[in-house]
Design a protein around this ligand. Sequence first.
Ligand SMILES: NC(=O)c1ccc[n+]([C@@H]2O[C@H](COP(=O)([O-])OP(=O)(O)OC[C@H]3O[C@@H](n4cnc5c(N)ncnc54)[C@H](OP(=O)(O)O)[C@@H]3O)[C@@H](O)[C@H]2O)c1
Length: 302
Amino acid sequence: MSGFTEADVADQSGKCFIVTGANTGIGFEAARVLAARRARVLLACRSEAKAEAAMARIRRLTPGADVAFLPLDQADLGSVRAAADMAAKEPRIDALVNNAGVMRPPLMRTRQGFELQFGVNHLGCFALSILLLSTLAKTVGSRIVVTASIAHRRGRIAWDDLNAEKSYDRSQRYADSKLANMLFFFELDRRLRAAGSPVTAVGCHPGIAATDLGRHMGPFQLLVPLVGMALNTPAMGAWPTLQAATATVVPGGYYGPIERGGNRGPSGPAMRRPQAEDRELARRLWDVSVAMTGIDPGLPPA
Ligand SMILES: NC(=O)c1ccc[n+]([C@@H]2O[C@H](COP(=O)([O-])OP(=O)(O)OC[C@H]3O[C@@H](n4cnc5c(N)ncnc54)[C@H](OP(=O)(O)O)[C@@H]3O)[C@@H](O)[C@H]2O)c1
């Protein structure tokens, strides 16, 4: 089956990308390919040591690669603000690739006290995207990419317990955070279109890829190499991200693997659960996210 792969990423000379969570997994692979295609790539990571190691790997593969470290901890809105301020000093940003994520940790909280998966996977992504909007808007054709998951299909937003004060099911909360990613990018794109913004929002998911994402899942993580063989390597998992970030895309488009029921292989338009495009849910999530982060772009509903 044909579809988008790494080989389809065009030359990106003169462009600048931010990739969050770029020190490992899908984010690293996306940063590696973008740097090889001559883009400037800001690796937005919470660990400077891990980012330096990732940049050294990229430079070994692409001597002279234009890569830089952008400190970012999405579990702290102060750090998200600082990252957006630092990124705003770049002459241009062509795409913010929201990739950083955490899956099924024990109950933990962000610096501001939000449940970690909702806080990092959704609120951190929401905050960084909104704070970078005016910077992105200076560059024609710029875009915001949000990384969701097949898991969004099981998601339901726990409106009466967003902070997991009453109960915490780690698997359900991951799915919920990924549904939030879907609701957010569709809503963001609708609001951007309605406002006549030059910025586009798109979504992607990697199918199932053999990364460190299962680090909180104990022995299951030992099976990861088998996942790579049967489904996607991290490099393959980055193909939808790369399509969403560099190809000609439909505003509000959603990209993912097109083989084996959307779990594996080259990238193309991806399936989503109808609830992911529910406008009422999306507006409610938007309002809640503005209230929780205190960050409001002032974009009215479409
Ligand atoms: N792998 C899959 O099968 C799969 C499937 C569906 C969706 N996804 C999504 O794909 C994205 C990338 O995941 P992956 O599979 O590449 O996982 P991964 O190998 O675990 O990489 C996750 C990245 O996110 C970073 N991160 C975690 N918490 C952060 C925080 N508070 N602030 C900044 N960065 C943080 C990690 O940094 P550290 O190394 O410092 O922890 C790491 O760089 C995630 O959004 C995930 O939900 C993956």
